[in-house]
Design a protein around this ligand. Structure first.
Ligand code: AMP
Length: 190
């Protein structure tokens, strides 16, 4: 099973991806986690993207696509994967299409988590307060930027996948268990 979890920051993509890892035995590919790990390890990529992440902007399409393309080739992705935080632009979605085709793979579904903006702000503020490892981008300025970037650059993907009849939407404002159950129902149909 290969799927995309699509939704704004704070929609619950990471939480639901974690559930799917446990229930479906597939890996979670969170580009945000990969980039944060690179920053923490002070790798060449990490040093390059550190400030971009803190500002809440997007790193370049080329960089993120090459990271994902390499990661998908790893052995643990053979049974499938959940893309969490990728693609985030139309260019990335086009590149994903192309790279999967080259690898003779295809996506099974795109699951959209729909959440009101007011709830997102609340959730991210709570995460910032409660998280043991504070994220450099969980602050008010960066948060506003991330939501704006989502609406400008990522939300067009809803239409993009909907036109390809791949989009399935879930009410992300329900409880974690209810959302997980809805996703399971959807995935049982693909
Ligand atoms: P996330 O954990 O998914 O909210 O991502 C945290 C940050 O990593 C984002 O605000 C971006 O700076 C960067 N990032 C993650 N995924 C991508 C992507 N697909 N394209 C560009 N930048 C990304």
């Amino acid at each position: 099973m290969r799927l995309i979890l699509l939704g704004p920051p704070g929609a619950g993509k990471g939480t639901q991806a974690g559930r799917l890892v446990a229930t479906h035995g597939i890996v979670q590919l969170s580009t945000g986690d990969m980039l944060r790990a690179a920053v923490a390890a002070e790798t060449e990529v990490g040093l390059k993207v550190k400030d971009v992440l803190t500002r809440g902007e997007l790193v370049s399409d080329d960089l993120i696509c090459s990271i994902i393309s390499d990661r998908i080739d790893d052995h643990d992705c053979a049974k499938g994967f959940i893309l969490d935080g990728f693609p985030r632009t139309i260019a990335q979605a086009d590149a994903l299409d192309e790279l999967l085709e080259k690898k003779d793979q295809r996506l099974d579904a795109v699951v959209q988590l729909k959440v009101d903006e007011g709830i997102l702000l609340e959730r991210i503020e709570t995460r910032a307060r409660e998280s043991a490892q504070a994220r450099s981008d969980d602050n008010a300025d960066s948060l506003k930027k991330r939501l704006a970037v989502y609406s400008e650059q990522t939300s067009p993907l809803v239409d993009y996948y909907s036109k390809r009849n791949m989009l399935m939407s879930v009410d992300g404002m329900k409880s974690v268990d209810e959302v997980a159950a809805e996703i399971d129902t959807i995935l049982s149909t693909v």
